[in-house]
Design a protein around this ligand. Structure first.
Ligand code: RUQ
Ligand code: CUA
Length: 761
């Protein structure tokens, strides 16, 4: 009978397969024909396709634009791996919902106001000796001048600093060669003071600047008290770059609107765009930051709004600030890998201008200037320091570099092309069309002293016809280009559903060493043990006047406590520690009607706090499908009205169990134990000790089996007293732990089989 049924089943599957294969395209040629793919397409697919379980060679960290987040994706697969909440609350990660991360977001308040978004522009990876070290990532917010610090140990935002002087900042984040400083420059000039200053006083009272945020590498935090700003004229500072090698003590910042034009169509004046591009040139501002830091140490800075400021007159007197004309309204400024040249991208000029650092220094040393600006800052003549100018096309914006000597790539916004060119000899080598209107571009490690070349990502502003239409707001388009050969080849279009990303950095994956779990009871935002860490079995609820404080835990598949009682008007504080040690066993915690959503990764302790201002029933549950009994990972917050008197006695909830049900459950448990024993038998027969993830799983499963043993003892005790109600319930709990242990064991067994474990003699 049994055999017959199995035969019928096998036959059924075989027929289904046959039918299927008659329709499916089984050879490469057939698939290409059916999908209309060319040889070139298939080659591109082969260069980017990453089979299941495969890894990417690079991880790219992209700004999320107005989403205020950072996106992480792999190269060459272009698969999105993570969004990191930075300036904006992100519920999946509990970012901006738990008290620990709220404290980070609160650092980004402007004039006491919560700012719940950011205009994230430029990520920068921390560097050691001019190369990415894979430790930290910085990103700026242009709209509310802020810099955030992300720790690449767990890909979480740890700190936000708010610039106390600026009202906008575009030219950040850029790091100096050893991440001594994170550079942020102002954009739209504004008074340093928080007061009202009429636009008529623009020239005298409005200011720009470049801020150097001191970064403490050991602590992984910016130190505002050790940071400083160099005051600059009210030119609109744009992008910056730090020098490298010979130029490493300097930083370079572009500007536009050095006309200091103030628009006002309302006042009968021509608009900003006319007045801001009237002159033929703007200024590159170069600052000797190393010497500036010494001036601050020597007490030559003025404290403004809590920031050390080197005033322009001090900077000029001490010889640390110079201007160099550059073709009008340039955009990116990019220092070559060897630090010998500085590339200025024309934007309104069809050229890129390459300045020689050696010539710049010669002019500085000889004090050879062509004049001064209105603020007394010396101007170095452009013709004295130009290495070459190359006509690339319309709208050059940004430049990155190749592993090949003297080879650079520049985005041409208006032309919608990327140019490959030689900056030593000043000639164009190749061009490729992109779709459409590229802003930033990025090569692997392309802004370090050691670029890898290989791939280029074009960050396009428009996607128009590239994807299935999804309404008037289109996704962004990151295009992957193979730059390893003589001709650049377009490989892949990646729609980015967050806007508008400006810049992205790609770090070699093997430089990153992210953690798998936290030390038990960890506050991930301060990177210290949490004061609210709770150990297994030590969960408790403290009730004091007007306050209920829960020290709870989560582990498959229960939240402890399962019932929290409060009185209307109480402040409820819930600390939860995830007791898991297993990889990827995150639990969530969502509660009805209280805006509570936490993410508790293995080892983490998080806190939520709210006022239970309305009496009622508030179910809570785990939001991550963490085990077969995830749906049962639940509980109730019961908020009683003030002065509530119970009228219903206990025991009116749930089903009633009999001896037969107890016996049935025990029989199931004995069978389950048989399965567990066979899995354990297999694992221990293998060299499982050589596989750390399996060792962790074995520890985890052992914990579950110990819990099972405790539950079994309780079931036995109840049964001995003829209490079948509790006997059956505890027998069921015993089984729950068995199921979890079996689940972990089976995963470990599969892991061993997939990774070629061997029997031990
Ligand atoms: S800048 S392309 Cu921040 Cu070019 Cu946007
Ligand atoms: Cu824990 Cu679902």
């Amino acid at each position: 009978m049994k055999l017959k049924r199995r035969w019928a089943l096998t036959l059924g599957i075989a027929t289904a397969l046959l039918n299927h294969s008659a329709m499916a395209n089984n050879t490469l040629e057939e698939v290409m024909q059916a999908r209309g793919l060319t040889q070139k397409d298939v080659l591109a697919a082969a260069k980017t396709y990453t089979p299941t379980g495969g890894r990417d060679e690079y991880l790219a960290f992209s700004s999320g634009g107005q989403s205020g987040q950072v996106l992480v994706y792999g190269i060459p697969s272009m698969r999105i791996l993570k969004y990191i909440g930075v300036f904006t609350p992100e519920p999946w990660q509990g970012y901006g919902f738990d008290e620990e991360s709220k404290a980070v977001l609160a650092q980004g308040r402007v004039n006491g106001k919560d700012i719940n978004y950011g205009d994230a522009h430029h990520p920068a990876a921390s560097e050691t000796a001019g190369d990415y070290d894979g430790k930290y990532l910085f990103i700026n917010d242009k709209a509310n001048p802020r810099i955030a610090v992300i720790d690449l140990h767990d890909f979480e935002t740890k700190q936000i600093v708010t610039n106390p002087l600026y009202k906008s900042a575009h030219g950040g984040a850029f790091v100096t060669e050893n991440t001594e400083y994170v550079i942020e420059s102002a954009q739209y000039a504004a008074p340093y003071s928080k007061d009202y200053v009429p636009l008529e006083e623009f020239n005298d009272q409005y200011r720009g600047g470049v801020t150097y945020w001191k970064f403490n590498k050991e602590k992984g935090r910016i130190e505002p008290e050790n940071s400083f700003t160099v005051e600059l004229p009210p030119y609109s500072q744009d992008l910056s770059d730090a020098g490298k090698g010979p130029s490493s003590e300097w930083s370079f910042t572009n500007s536009f609107c050095t006309e200091r034009y103030v628009g006002g169509i309302e006042r009968g004046r021509p608009p900003f765009e006319a007045g801001c591009s009237a002159k033929d040139t703007d200024f590159l501002q170069m600052i000797h930051w190393k010497k500036a830091a010494e001036l601050v140490a020597a007490g030559k800075a003025k404290n403004i709004n809590g920031m050390n400021v080197i005033l322009m007159e001090t900077a000029v007197a001490e010889g640390i600030l110079f201007l160099v004309p550059e073709p009008k309204s340039p955009h990116g400024v990019d220092v070559t890998p060897d630090g010998s040249k500085i590339v200025i991208n024309g934007k309104l000029d069809t050229h890129v201008s390459v300045y020689s650092f050696e010539k710049l220094m010669a002019a500085v040393d000889a004090k050879k200037f062509e004049g001064k600006d209105a603020y007394g800052i010396p101007i170095i003549a452009m013709q004295d320091v130009l290495h070459t100018q190359v006509e690339l096309g319309l709208g050059p914006l940004h430049t990155q570099f190749d592993a090949k000597q003297c080879v650079a790539y520049t985005s041409l916004y208006v032309d919608s092309t990327i140019a490959r060119w030689n900056y030593c000899e000043g000639k164009v080598l190749d061009k490729i069309s992109i779709h459409y209107n590229v802003g930033h571009l990025m090569t692997m490690g392309g802004d370090t002293v050691n670029p890898d070349g290989k791939y280029l990502v074009s960050l396009n502003k428009l996607a128009i016809d590239r994807f299935n239409p999804v309404g008037p707001l289109h996704p962004q388009n990151h295009q992957l280009i193979d730059i390893s050969g003589d001709k650049m080849e377009l490989l892949y279009d990646m729609p980015v559903p967050l806007g508008e990303p400006h810049y992205v950095v790609a770090i070699k994956a093997d430089k990153l060493k992210p953690a798998i779990r936290y030390q038990s009871g960890w506050n991930s935002r301060t990177n210290q043990p949490s004061a609210f860490k709770t150990r297994a079995g030590r969960e408790k609820i403290e009730v004091t006047e007007g306050k209920v404080e829960v020290f709870g835990s989560t582990i498959r598949s229960h939240i402890t406590p399962e019932i929290i009682e409060a009185t209307e008007g109480d402040e409820v504080i819930i600390h939860l520690t995830n007791l898991e040690r297993a990889q990827d066993e995150t639990h969530g915690f969502a509660m009805y009607g209280q805006n509570v959503q936490l993410s508790i990764e293995p080892g983490k302790t998080v806190t939520t706090r709210f006022i239970a201002d309305k009496a009622g029933v508030y179910p809570y549950y785990c939001t991550e499908f963490c085990s077969a009994l995830h749906l049962e990972m639940q509980g109730y917050l019961l908020v009683k009205p003030k002065g509530y008197q119970a009228t219903v006695s206990e025991g009116k909830a749930g089903a009633v169990y009999t001896k037969a049900e107890y016996d049935k459950q025990v029989a199931t448990n004995i069978e389950t134990q048989g399965v567990i024993d066979s899995v354990v038998g297999f694992i221990t027969s293998q060299n499982y000790q050589d596989f750390p993830p399996v060792v962790a799983s074995v520890e985890d499963a052992t914990d579950q089996l110990n819990f099972a043993k405790e539950a079994k003892a309780k079931a036995d005790a109840a049964a001995a007293k003829g209490d079948w109600q509790n006997g059956a319930l505890w027998a069921n709990q015993w089984w729950q732990y068995q199921v979890k242990a079996a689940d972990i064991g089976l995963r470990a067994k599969a892991y061993l089989q997939e990774h070629g474990s061997k029997p031990v003699k």
